[in-house]
Design a protein around this ligand. Structure first.
Ligand code: GLN
Length: 189
């Protein structure tokens, strides 16, 4: 299995380590041709405005969109923002492939980073989730499954067929269960 990690900006190296520890081959993606032959793609956390700007400069927006419509793609944090169809901001470049509305920096300045144990659908024990200036999923469209919420019901992990989105950073822990879940999606898609 060969998994791409969009390597324009942000926490891509940590995803690569996690994927390799699970036996996947990894390809860093900075150019459209690097998407060829990949079975899946991870779009890391970082700064979604920067990722969008660089993806536009490198001619990656349309190739990424085409890829994500067909093949397993997982966005973490800024990557989730990048996948969403609606972020409530008109001029920020996004792929717009996942039927969710996401709001950026949804926790505000006072609580801009926190960690909490989440119950995630399909995992038998809680997952320690690291949120850093995280987005929230404000609305899910038809066909989007909610995988995890905070105790107050706010949505922080979603799946729509072959697309996965998490508001937190699973690559910053030692828990590889979500990466293993993504590789299962790749195997069965
Ligand atoms: N706040 C960032 C954004 O809006 C996302 C933060 C993250 O990826 N950890 O893009």
């Amino acid at each position: 299995m060969k998994i791409g990690v969009l390597a324009l900006q942000g926490a891509f190296v940590e995803h690569e380590h996690m994927l390799r520890s699970l036996g996947a081959d990894v390809q860093e993606v900075r150019l459209p041709e690097q998407l060829e032959g990949l079975d899946g793609l991870i779009i890391p956390g970082g700064e979604s405005t920067t990722i969008g700007k660089l993806a536009t400069e490198y001619g990656l927006i349309e190739p990424l969109r085409v890829f994500a419509r067909q093949k397993p793609t997982w966005g973490t944090c800024a990557g989730l923002i990048f996948l969403a169809e609606d972020i409530g901001i008109a001029h920020q470049p996004i792929l717009g492939v996942m039927h969710v509305k996401v709001s950026r920096n949804a926790f505000g300045r006072q609580v801009d980073s926190f960690e909490t144990d989440l119950n995630i659908k399909g995992l038998d024990a809680p997952f320690h989730a690291v949120f850093i200036r995280a987005p929230l999923v404000e609305r899910v469209g038809a066909g989007v499954e909610v995988l995890a919420t905070l105790p107050d019901g706010r949505v922080v992990a979603v799946q729509e067929q072959h697309l996965l989105g998490t508001a937190f950073h699973p690559e910053l822990t030692r828990d590889s269960r979500l990466h293993a879940h993504f590789l299962d999606i790749v195997r069965t898609t």
